[in-house]
Design a protein around this ligand. Structure first.
Ligand code: FCB
Length: 447
């Protein structure tokens, strides 16, 4: 079967600052919560840190040349807040701005549209020391930082994303797996609310700026369903859907917090000020969707606080990725269709989708990642089917352009279209990258 995409469909790839840049304390950059966290014992696999990562800070020109070679139409990267404002607020570090100016200029020169994420998890440490995301002031500091970026890059950036996957930042206040590694339910609940208020304030600031692009948020949504139709499992599914998807989705679409969430946390929910829900519901131009997983949900006898027990949905005969995540392209179709049916068919970009694979450069110099080609082909086909069904999907950013620092898993997980040899920094196009560039050139694929 042939799947063809529209002429304007934006094929791209995504990365995030801490995962690729390195140069962790160069040119005036401040420390982020991920610098701190990764340097603590036992927090990341092998004690890996993002100090050097892919050294993209120095090799960005080579990386943009690779993007051009692949024919990417757009590139989603994130801006390191502590590079711009080492203290999180106050004095701007011009050298930090200069880096992103160099990067966006190189992209534009190569004919690639820049899509910038303002917050991909690297909060400046001084703001964490002042209370972090649970502190309401952080929302205002975030909007101030966003303003600096709209002024600096407003001419060059096509698409802005306020936050990447707020649920994961919230997780960093609820468990040890992610920065800042706190473990407090009240902090997590307050962080979730401040993040959303910060998002709304940043969108408002965007509308008041001269920036020419468009703006939205990136949410990671899971395709969930109850394990069976027993009342306990259906209720568990509704809670899980509220905690995983609707907690962020509903308020940004002006629907407030889901009942199931409010009932579940009850009095523990943090205070909501008068105009907060209105601030959060600022009209966006598009939604960014990160899609990785589907889960079957069943009730856990003891309940649980942020999550109910969930079991990976794994269709008969399908594979698990190197992360242990089930391959479930149907879930992408279902989520996109849900956004159309239940959230007014907003313009959507798939801002991340991809897989970790155990990739090695072979003796002949190639990286044969057929599993990734199969994975992407199946997900692209699901996206094509959703578009045919009326979903307003505008583009697709594969995660990731290149292998990088996969947070707590360090360098042990390879998500890239491009292989990175960390000791030397050498880049090698994987077979999936060559295949992807053909998909882009033909604007479609046969599956
Ligand atoms: C997402 C993150 C991204 C990357 C992928 C695998 O949750 O946004 O940085 O780690 O997962």
């Amino acid at each position: 079967m042939h799947v063809q995409f529209g002429e304007d469909f934006l094929w791209g790839a995504a990365t995030a600052a801490y995962q690729i840049e390195g140069a962790a304390s160069e040119d005036g950059k401040g420390i982020s919560i991920w610098d701190t966290f990764a340097h603590k014992a036992w927090r990341t696999a092998g004690g890996d840190t993002g100090d050097v990562a892919c050294d993209h800070y120095h090799r960005y020109a080579e990386d943009v040349a690779i993007m051009k070679e692949l024919g990417l139409k757009a590139y989603r990267f994130s801006i390191a807040w502590p590079r711009i404002l080492p203290d999180g607020k106050g004095k701007v570090n011009q050298k930090g701005l200069d880096f992103y100016k160099r990067l966006t200029d190189a992209l534009l020169e190569a004919g690639i549209k820049p899509f910038a994420t303002l917050y991909h998890w690297d909060l400046p440490q001084p703001l964490e020391d002042a209370g972090g995301w649970p502190n309401r002031d952080t929302a205002g500091h975030f909007a101030d930082y966003a303003r600096v970026m709209y002024d600096a890059l407003g001419e060059s950036v096509d698409g802005w994303f306020t936050l990447n996957e707020p649920i994961c930042t919230v997780g960093g206040y609820r468990s040890g797996w992610s920065a800042p590694g706190r473990n407090s339910l009240p902090d997590a609940l307050a962080a979730a609310h401040t993040l959303l208020v910060g998002h709304g304030m940043a969108v408002k600031a965007f509308r008041a700026s001269q920036a020419r692009g468009k703006i939205g948020i990136v949410l990671n949504l899971d395709d969930l369903e109850p394990a069976d139709d027993s009342p306990a499992n259906v209720a568990a599914y509704q809670r899980e859907d509220a905690c995983t998807n609707r907690w962020y989705l509903d308020p940004v679409f002006g629907r407030g917090y889901p009942e199931a969430l409010l009932n579940w946390y009850g009095k523990e929910m943090c205070p909501v000020h008068n105009c907060d829900m209105e601030t959060i519901a600022q009209e966006m131009d598009f939604l960014g969707l990160n899609y990785y997983a589907g889960h079957r949900i069943q009730a856990m006898p003891q309940g649980g606080d942020l999550k109910t027990a969930s079991e990976k949905l794994r269709a008969e005969g399908t594979e698990l990725t190197d992360m242990g995540w089930g391959v479930w392209p149907e879930g992408l179709y279902r989520i996109l269709t849900r956004l159309k049916d239940e959230y007014g068919n907003p313009p959507v970009y798939v801002t991340e989708n991809g897989m970790a694979n155990h990739d090695e450069v072979g003796a002949d110099g190639t990286v044969n990642d057929t599993a990734r080609i199969d994975y992407l082909a199946a997900h692209f086909a699901a996206a094509g089917r959703a578009i045919a069904g009326g979903v307003d999907l505008r583009g697709y950013f594969v995660w990731s352009l290149m292998d990088n620092f996969e947070w707590a898993w360090g360098y042990s997980k390879r998500f890239g279209l491009v292989h990175v040899d960390y000791p030397t920094g050498r880049r090698t196009l994987k077979e999936s990258a060559k295949w992807y560039s053909r998909v882009i050139a033909e604007n479609g694929l046969d599956i």
